[in-house]
Design a protein around this ligand. Structure first.
Ligand code: MG
Length: 262
């Protein structure tokens, strides 16, 4: 018992000199209320009932029932990827799909699954992509890579959770094929001046299965397959999912929602 009391007092003893240093003097403020902020009061957002569920103010992009929020990137016709069993599976034949709505800055949640019996290697194994902002019908824009990176070697700035051909993830947080993966993204859109010059670059923060893999990463421009990235001015943009042209089995998505932060 005595020993326990002694331990409990240790932090107090160490804390005392700190209090002594902050004793009021003529030059130092004395009112703790002077540094309290009361307005504006943050809005109430009812969180989802469990982790990953959309909060009350989210724009639900896919809840397992249909693709009414999405269109084909190539011609804005209705998105024709197959919805089944509460998920949507990439249809490589019909190409990329994108949100009908356009976004600037946002928080996004998305879940994706590589088929358990995936085949292929490198970039040809469960390749898709989340374009945080789409600037054209094909692969124009800013791609966060989606790929099977469970025991699948490729260039590191092209593995899952990379900013494609720009920044490798801080860690490989991949779950094996057949299991669901989560991406939680904070996207800060680039800002352009009226003449099209870049005022501030894009940034992305990304959690892959809850692990921080991109930490306020600055983008050098649009993600490109060949050559150097560069910025091309755009305003608000759709969010796009990639139908990659490799021959491995298509991946699936579920539970996609976004919270605009403008
Ligand atoms: Mg891709």
């Amino acid at each position: 018992m005595k020993r326990r009391i002694a331990i409990a007092f240790v932090p107090l003893v160490f804390a005392l000199p700190t209090w002594a240093q902050t004793a009021p003097t003529a030059a130092q403020p004395t009112d703790p209320k002077a540094t309290e902020q009361w307005e504006p009061v943050p809005k109430v957002v009812m969180p989802g009932k469990q982790d990953g569920a959309p909060p009350a103010d989210a724009v639900v992009l896919f809840d397992g029932r249909g693709l009414d929020q999405w269109e084909a990137s190539k011609d804005h016709s209705p998105a024709r990827w197959k919805v089944h069993d509460g998920v949507v599976t990439v249809d490589k034949a019909t190409g990329n799909i994108q949100t009908k709505r356009r976004f600037k800055n946002y928080q996004l949640h998305l879940e994706w699954q590589v088929p358990k019996d995936i085949t292929g290697e490198g970039q040809a194994r469960g390749n898709s992509g989340l374009f945080a902002a789409s600037t054209g019908p094909a692969d124009e824009g800013y791609e966060i890579q989606i790929l099977d990176s469970w025991n699948n070697k490729t260039y590191v700035n092209g593995q899952a959770a990379s900013v494609y051909k720009q920044t490798p993830p801080l860690a490989n947080a991949m779950r094996p094929p057949g299991e669901w993966q989560t991406y939680d993204v904070i996207w800060t859109a680039p800002v352009f001046a009226a003449d099209g010059t870049l005022k501030s670059p894009a940034y992305v923060t990304l959690f892959h299965n809850g692990v921080l893999v991109q930490n306020h990463t600055e983008l050098a421009g649009e993600t490109v397959y060949i050559g150097k990235p560069k910025y091309v001015a755009y305003a608000d943009a759709p969010i796009k999912l990639q139908a990659h042209g490799d021959h491995s089995k298509p991946i699936s998505f579920r539970n996609i929602w976004v919270r605009p932060l403008d």
